[in-house]
Every structure is written in structure tokens, then in C-alpha cells.
Design a protein around this ligand. Structure first.
Ligand SMILES: *Cc1c(COP(=O)(O)O)cnc(C)c1O
Length: 417
């Protein structure tokens, strides 16, 4: 395996030290093969909103597995999960299951291009939408908005069809639409950008995207692979009351198993094969075991008070982290929506655009991370990520975490060059 990993950020390229070899997870804890225990604030990068190996999810998976691992035919569990999802996103009439968030967004982009018969994409710097060719693109230099590939192997002519603008900047979007609004098929955005720290957007910015796409005949994709089921049952679309044209889902949807989906109103979904000309398929899509994990997870999230619980746990973590950082004297700003926490090691205000991130703080985080790991705290091995609180966390975990953070920060201060 290149770098010893199946996904690059796991390789600790951005921090010091060696990655632990995961052996087992239970509720809010991970145990490595050396028997070390960690309090987990990463939750497998987002899916584990119920914590590790939740009994109801494990039970559902075991039961489904006994009946067969894959059919390549429609099964009852797909219908059940589809109904559960569509009930949470009432603007949508149909959905298609895929196996990853990458596939969901890649397919949503193809659908938007097929539906509008246009080719250009607008995305925003700091948002991540998976690793499909058209989306591994950053802004060109100078005033050029046309993108350049961030990965070798992405054809330049394809990257050039993607425009990249800063978040939090309505004027830039207005200007682009005035210039080439008729060519833009789709605007894709994380309504809660959580892949370069947590860059909370002003509602007005997202409403401007909604208005401009409508005015110019482009589609608006909310990539809710992280925020879907996390900030509210119906994601940011529900939380803000903004109706996008397509929503992409992943992570929590599979409850730890590989599931993604894209959904839209019927008029748009009619274009997906076999109903329409936009081709998209998957041998293991709608896999019955993965569907069972998703159904069980969403069922747990239907319990009354769940989102209030996530909010109050998130607030506890935020307050405790703020206390530690204040004591340490390290400049900091925290951003949080419910159970998603962004930790900025720079002076407030918390940034809302990638360009406002003080990237020199990444070096401080790179030195803090191994100290946290040694104390038994499992957080993302990169500054440009977020922390996820789960329903398996307890107020006692918050205090335990706080004490470990205090010790790690004290060591960091004592080793400042
Ligand atoms: C994780 C993520 C993806 C990609 O999902 P994978 O399952 O890793 O392919 C896409 N969009 C967003 C917003 C994500 O956070």
C-alpha cells in the first residue's frame, strides 16, 4: 500500500510521529494494536455520530449479513433507507445510492451537466468534494478563476472547466456569473465547509449562491457528505431553510459502512439512467449490509433530543478547549456548529475563507498532535480538519479530554524552540 495507507491523510504526512495501528473501537474510544487507549474526536472522519461499534448498528449488520452479502438486485433495505433519507430532504423526489462521497459528488456534477447541457463548474477554495478529476482543482494564479489541477493525472482541459473562488465573497460570485453565467452548469459548495478547518459561512453568502444559480439556469449542489444528518436530520439545507437542487450524502449515511447518495427533485433525477441519458452505476451500490447499517444509524438519530444532546456536548467541548487554550496563552479561535468543532491556532476572528487561514499555525498543530496522541487523544493528523463529537461522548469524557489537552499544551510550551 503506498505510504502504508488506503487514504493519504492517514499517513501522518502533516504531523510528527507514526500512525497507530487501529485494533478496535468501542463507543468514544479507539484501542491500537499495542493496547493503548485513545479518546476519539475524529469518529472515522465523520461517519461515527453514534460512536464505535454501536450495538444497534452492529446487530443490524450481523443480521443482514446472514441473509447474504450482495445480490446485485434491488432489496427491501434500499427502499427503506431511501424512504428514510427522502423524508429528511422533502424537496427531493428520488435518490441514487452509491458507495462513497466521491462518487456521490462526481455523479451529481455529471447529472447537473447532463441536465443543463452546460459544462462549467464553480467550486470554492477550502471545500473538498472527493477526488474526482473535475474537483481536484484549485484557483489559477492572479485573476484567473479557471482552475488548475491539484493532482497529477488530471487533464488540464478538464481542470480549466472548473472555476474556483474564495468562500465568503458574494461580489466574486456575482462577477463570475455576470461574465459567464450562461456557461455554468453547477455551483457546488459545502454549506458547512469542514475540510479546511471549519469555515462557517454567512447565511447571506449561501443565499446569494441560491439566487444567482436560479437567475442563470445553473444548479446548486449542497455537498452535505459531512453536514447531512450531523447538524440536523436534513443537514444544512434544513437548518438554513435553503433548498438546493441536488444534495450529496455519505459518511453518516452508511453508519461506518461505505454508502453515499445523491438526491434531487424528480425533474432532475429523471435524467439518471435507466430513466434518462446520464449514466451512473455500481456493482455494490445499495449493498444490503451497508444499507442495514445506515437504517440502524438513522433510526438511532430519530430518538427525541438527539440533536439537542449533540449541541450541548459540542458546547461543553468548545468551552473546555477554550479554557485550556486561554491558560496556555496560545492565540486561538474556535468555530463550532453543533457537534462539529474547528480549532484555530490563530487570533480571532475564526476565518470564514481558506485565504484567511494563518497557515503558519499548521506547524504548531504538527507539534501538538503527537503530544495529544501520547496523552491518549485521537484527533485528525492535520491542522486542516475538524473534530467530531459523537453521542457516545459523555461530560466526563469532556473533562478527561480537557486534562489531556492541558498536559499536551504544557509540553508544547516547554518545547517551544
Ligand atoms: C469526505 C467528503 C467527501 C468524499 O467522501 P469519500 O467517501 O471520502 O469519497 C466529499 N465531500 C465532502 C464534503 C466530504 O467531507
Amino acid at each position: 500500500m503506498p505510504g502504508g495507507v488506503s487514504s493519504p491523510v492517514r499517513a501522518f504526512g502533516s504531523v510528527r510521529g507514526d500512525p497507530p495501528f487501529a485494533a478496535r473501537g468501542s463507543a468514544a474510544r479507539i484501542f491500537d494494536v499495542d493496547g493503548c487507549e485513545y479518546l476519539d474526536l475524529l469518529g472515522s472522519w465523520g461517519p461515527l455520530i453514534l460512536g464505535h461499534a454501536h450495538p444497534a448498528v452492529v446487530e443490524a449488520v450481523v443480521r443482514a449479513a446472514r441473509d447474504g452479502l450482495s445480490f446485485g438486485a434491488t432489496c427491501r433495505a434500499e427502499v427503506e433507507l431511501a424512504e428514510q433519507v427522502l423524508a429528511r430532504f422533502p424537496f427531493a423526489g428520488k435518490l441514487r445510492f452509491v458507495s462513497t462521497g466521491t462518487e456521490a459528488v462526481m455523479s451529481a456534477i455529471r447529472l447537473a451537466r447532463g441536465f443543463t447541457r452546460r459544462e462549467r463548474i464553480l467550486k470554492f477554495s477550502g471545500c473538498y468534494h472527493g477526488h474526482s478529476d473535475s474537483l481536484l482543482v484549485k484557483a489559477g494564479s492572479g485573476l484567473a478563476t479557471s482552475g488548475v489541477a491539484t493532482s497529477a493525472g488530471v487533464p488540464a482541459p478538464l481542470a480549466a472547466l472548473t472555476d474556483v473562488l474564495p468562500l465568503d465573497d458574494e461580489a466574486a460570485v456575482e462577477e463570475l456569473f455576470a461574465r459567464r453565467g450562461k456557461e455554468i452548469a453547477v455551483v457546488v459548495v459545502e454549506p458547512l465547509p469542514a475540510n479546511a478547518g471549519l469555515l462557517i459561512q454567512r447565511e447571506e453568502f449561501l443565499r446569494t449562491l441560491r439566487r444567482l444559480t436560479r437567475e442563470h439556469g445553473a444548479l446548486l449542489v449542497f455537498d452535505e457528505v459531512i453536514s447531512g444528518f450531523r447538524v440536523a436530520p436534513g443537514g444544512m439545507a434544513q437548518k438554513l431553510g435553503i433548498e438546493p437542487d441536488i444534495v450529496t450524502l455519505g459518511k453518516i449515511l452508511g453508519g461506518g459502512m461505505p454508502v453515499g447518495a445523491y438526491l434531487a427533485r424528480d425533474e432532475i433525477m429523471q435524467h439518471v439512467a435507466p430513466l434518462g441519458p446520464v449514466y451512473q452505476a455500481g456493482t455494490l451500490s445499495g449493498n444490503p449490509v451497508a444499507m442495514a447499517a445506515g437504517i440502524a444509524t438513522l433510526r438511532e438519530l430519530e430518538r427525541p433530543g438527539v440533536y439537542e444532546m449533540l449541541e450541548s456536548l459540542g458546547a461543553l467541548f468548545e468551552a473546555r478547549i477554550a479554557r485550556s487554550l486561554e491558560q496556555s496563552g496560545i492565540p486561538h479561535a474556535l468555530s463550532r456548529v453543533g457537534s462539529v468543532l474547528g480549532l484555530w491556532l490563530q487570533a480571532p476572528p475564526a476565518p470564514r475563507a481558506f485565504e484567511k487561514i494563518d497557515t503558519s499555525a499548521a506547524e504548531r498543530y504538527a507539534r501538538l498532535h503527537p503530544l495529544l496522541l501520547a496523552e491518549g487523544v485521537w484527533m485528525a493528523p492535520s491542522y486542516f480538519e475538524v473534530a467530531f463529537v459523537s453521542l457516545a461522548h459523555t461530560p466526563a469524557d469532556v473533562e478527561l479530554f480537557g486534562q489531556r489537552l492541558d498536559r499536551a499544551l504544557a509540553k508544547l510550551q516547554s518545547t517551544v524552540p
